[in-house]
Design a protein around this ligand. Structure first.
Ligand code: IPM
Ligand code: MG
Length: 360
């Protein structure tokens, strides 16, 4: 198969981790006889430095005309980077939000899975993770607080800010359907997470999710308040299969879930729309503190590229091969610093990529 991939290496550790993912998919191309064509585009700080804006229309067009987008990470240190002296709509993150919206990537899938080999890196007590866990966080990605109008202004002599949280029925329905469809292929349980004891958007969320559930009688549905969910994730992560939630809650809960897998360096993500097109990126940020040191864990990005093969290119066997190679490398004891524990071998970002390629 011949596929075109728009590549956004991004800022911080982005270029390092994307290079390792490309090594891995090049190996897949060779082994399974595919051709992947890459076209680099700029986004975030790297785009600000060249074009003065975090994402150009040309870059969006290239992304739109490709079969999928592979993204490293964007952004810098919010305390020290000059990018954060710019007005908010010109900062790196605005590029990420714009591309999500422009490409209509409303469904964000973030799988959190505990590898047996990483049980030592998990901060929870052994008895809490005995049976492991395997959940899929389905985060709505183009609505809610991230895209409502916002403003900071002076009222009666003091500064006042607001951010508007809006969801329409249709926005909730399409992500809920995706969540139930995914649960069908998994353990058939959906936990819909909201704050329906306070928020109107959450009450609407619950109502629409209940309506969608009628078409999925084989799926067990439960509703959980977001504060309780944050607690349950560290109390009993095994109870979760699909967590279905709105944009902001999904952002926060996915960071929490990633930590119980051992490291945020392990959590991949896919952002999808209605067809097979998608954008694939690790769930973590650009880690400017370790950028350029060849220390970052490339596994989340490599796992994201496996998701790209599976969801956008329908290459299930190839995706599974990457996932199995990662397991083998972890079994062999290779660890980047974030998942290092006693008795294992510390490797750099590029060595981790090389070891995964060797196992393919
Ligand atoms: C994520 C990130 C982004 C988000 C930031 C960088 C805007 O935290 O993908 O989880 O909040 O969506
Ligand atoms: Mg986040």
């Amino acid at each position: 198969m011949n596929k075109s991939i728009a590549v956004i290496k991004g800022d911080g550790i982005g270029p390092e981790i994307v290079n390792e993912a490309i090594k891995v998919i090049d190996k897949i191309a060779e082994k399974y006889n595919h051709t992947f064509q890459y076209q680099d585009i700029l986004m975030g700080g790297a785009s600000i430095d060249v074009h003065g804006v975090p994402l150009t229309d040309e870059a969006i067009d290239i992304a739109k005309n490709s079969d999928a987008v592979l993204l490293g990470s964007i952004g810098g240190d919010t305390n020290t980077s000059p990018w954060y002296k710019l007005e908010p709509s010109l900062r790196p993150e605005a590029g990420l939000l714009k591309i999500r919206k422009e490409l209509s990537l409303f469904a964000n899938l973030r799988p959190a899975y505990l590898y047996d080999e990483l049980k030592d890196a998990c901060p929870l007590k052994p008895e809490l993770i005995e049976g492991g866990f395997d959940m899929m966080i389905m985060r709505e990605l183009t609505g809610g607080l991230y895209f409502g109008d916002r403003e900071t202004k002076e009222i009666n002599g003091q500064m006042v800010a607001h951010d508007n949280l809006v969801y329409s029925e249709e926005e909730i329905r399409r992500i809920a359907k995706r969540g139930f469809d995914i649960a069908k292929k998994r353990r058939k349980k959906v936990t819909s997470v909201d704050k329906a004891n306070v928020l109107d958007t959450s009450r609407l969320w619950r109502k629409i999710v209940n309506e969608v559930a009628v078409d999925y009688p084989e799926i067990e549905l439960e509703h959980m308040l977001v504060d309780n969910c944050a607690m349950q994730l560290v109390r009993n992560p095994q109870q979760f299969d699909v967590i279905l939630t709105e944009n902001m809650f999904g952002d926060i809960l996915s960071d929490e879930a990633s930590m119980v897998t051992g490291s945020i360096g392990m959590l991949s993500s896919a952002s999808l729309r209605d067809d097979t097109f998608g954008m694939y990126e690790p769930s973590h940020g650009s880690a400017p503190d370790i950028a350029g040191q060849n220390k970052a864990n490339p596994i989340a990005t490599i796992l994201s590229s496996a998701m790209m093969l599976r969801y956008s290119f329908d290459m299930d066997e190839e995706a599974t091969a990457i996932e199995k190679a990662i397991e083998k490398v972890l079994q062999a004891g290779y660890r980047t610093i974030d998942i290092m524990s006693e008795g294992n071998e510390l490797v750099s970002c590029s060595e981790m990529g090389d070891e995964i390629v060797k196992c393919l």
